[in-house]
Design a protein around this ligand. Structure first.
Ligand code: AMP
Length: 217
């Protein structure tokens, strides 16, 4: 199963992708997580990505295409994968399609998540995350422990640099301009299925699994 999770920031792509990853035993590949790790480690990629990400803009297509092609050659991807945050432009989607076509292993389905914009802004500005293991918290719905140490790994819980209100608004604008056209792109291929992603995490997951188990070959 080779899946793409599509949706604006804050629609729950990562949360749902990680749960699908456990269910189908395939990796959830978050390009945002790969870039944030590179920034922490101060690699060349991280140094290139840092300012772009802090402004809510996109890392250049050629960098992202190279990065994902490299990742997809790894052993854990050979039985399938879930892409969370890639592709984000039509150029990236076309490059991915060409790459997978060559391997005769096309994408099976694109899961698009939709959430109203006011809820997205509320979700992202109240999101907190463990710097070490990536566990998500939310100051309103799932507050971090009072000592601010992660309950899983004791790491520091922080706000992502791009989860401030101003940057969230920029990210949503970039999403509308650069990533929304992908809905049409995948619809034309007959691969797009849209889910309203409000309600509980478990309920949304149940609907996606039902669809994948019954309607995707
Ligand atoms: P995310 O964690 O998916 O919200 O990604 C955080 C940030 O990483 C984005 O706002 C972009 O700056 C960068 N990024 C992640 N994936 C991509 C991609 N496929 N293309 C360009 N930039 C990306």
């Amino acid at each position: 199963m080779q899946l793409i999770m599509l949706g604006a920031p804050g629609t729950g792509k990562g949360t749902q992708g990680k749960l699908l990853s456990e269910r189908y035993h395939i990796p959830n590949i978050s390009t945002g997580d790969i870039l944030r790790t590179a920034i922490e480690k101060r690699t060349d990629l991280g140094n290139k990505a840092r300012t772009v990400m802090e402004k809510g803009e996109l890392v250049p297509d050629d960098v992202m295409i190279g990065l994902i092609q490299q990742r997809l050659t790894e052993a854990d991807c050979q039985n399938g994968f879930i892409l969370d945050g890639f592709p984000r432009t039509v150029t990236q989607a076309a490059a991915l399609d060409a790459y997978l076509e060559n391997l005769k292993k096309p994408i099976n389905a694109v899961i698009a998540l939709e959430v109203p914009e006011n809820e997205i802004i509320a979700r992202l500005t109240s999101r907190r995350v463990c710097r070490n293991c990536g566990k998500d918290y939310n100051v309103i719905t799932n507050p971090p422990p009072s000592d601010n140490n992660c309950e899983v790994c004791q790491g520091d819980i922080v706000q992502r640099a791009d989860d401030t209100e101003e940057t969230v608004k920029r990210r949503l604008k970039v999403y509308d301009e650069k990533t929304m056209p992908l809905q049409r792109y995948f619809k034309k291929q007959g691969k797009l299925t849209t889910f309203e992603a409000t309600g509980t995490i478990a309920e949304i997951q149940r609907r996606i699994r039902y669809f994948l188990d019954n309607e995707v070959k």
